[in-house]
Design a protein around this ligand. Structure first.
Ligand SMILES: [Zn+2]
Length: 198
C-alpha cells in the first residue's frame, strides 16, 4: 500500500491547492460519496490545463484512464492513471462562479471559481486570467443523442478516488463544489481529500 507524502483536507464547499513535482501522483478522494470536485492544474507563466485542448487531443468528451490532459500550450500536464469510482467525470461544464449563483438567486454563494482564487493565493500562485474550465471529477453530465446535456447527482461512493500523475511541475487545485441548488452533489457539500505520492 502506497503511503502519501502529503495529505490535504478539502472541507466541503472549499478549495485547496497543492504544489506537485513532475512524476508525483495526486489522488482525489470523495470522503462521503456523491461530491463533485473541480480540479485545475497550473504550470508556470499562466500555462494551465485546458479542457478544450484536451478534448482535441483525446477526441473524447470525458476523461478516461490512461489519457493525458493538455495545457493551453498543448503540453501534457496530467495523466489519469487510476479510478475507483464509477468512472463518470465531466469536462464540458464551466466552474460555478458568482455570476452563476446570481442567476440562481444566490449572489453571495460560495463558488468553485472563488475557491480557485483563494487556493492559488494561499500558495502564492496568483492567477489573474479567466477561470479555466476544470476537470469535474465525479460529475455526471451525460450527452443526449440530440446533443443536450443533463445534470445528474454524482454516483461516487464513500472512499472512491481518482488518481492523476503530474507530467509537469504544477499547482493542482481541488474545489469541493459548493453547488447545492442544482442537484449534482448529494445534499450539502461534503469533504474531499487530496493525497500526493512520490
Ligand atoms: Zn462548483
Amino acid at each position: 500500500m502506497d503511503v502519501p507524502n502529503r495529505r490535504v483536507d478539502v472541507p466541503g464547499g472549499t478549495g485547496r491547492a497543492v504544489r506537485v513535482r513532475a512524476g508525483e501522483r495526486i489522488r482525489v478522494i470523495d470522503v462521503e460519496g456523491g461530491q463533485v470536485g473541480d480540479v485545475f492544474a497550473f504550470a508556470s507563466d499562466g500555462e494551465h490545463h485546458s479542457a478544450a485542448h484536451t478534448r482535441t487531443h483525446t477526441r473524447r468528451l470525458f476523461p478516461a484512464v490512461g489519457e493525458q490532459f493538455l495545457t493551453d500550450r498543448r503540453r501534457p500536464i496530467l495523466t489519469l492513471v487510476s479510478d475507483t469510482s464509477p468512472g463518470e467525470h465531466d469536462m464540458l461544464v464551466a466552474a460555478c462562479d458568482p455570476a452563476r449563483y446570481a442567476l440562481l438567486g444566490a449572489p453571495e454563494h460560495r463558488s468553485c471559481a472563488a475557491n480557485l482564487r483563494e487556493a492559488l493565493a494561499a500558495v502564492g500562485h496568483p492567477h489573474s486570467g479567466p477561470t479555466p474550465q476544470p476537470i469535474n471529477v465525479f460529475m455526471r453530465i451525460p450527452v443526449g443523442a440530440d446533443g443536450s446535456l443533463t445534470w445528474l447527482p454524482a454516483l461516487s461512493a464513500a472512499g472512491d478516488a481518482i488518481t492523476f500523475r503530474a507530467e509537469l511541475d504544477a499547482v493542482v487545485v481541488v474545489s469541493s463544489c459548493p453547488m447545492d441548488i442544482v442537484g449534482i452533489n448529494r445534499g450539502a457539500p461534503s469533504p474531499l481529500v487530496v493525497e500526493v505520492f512520490a
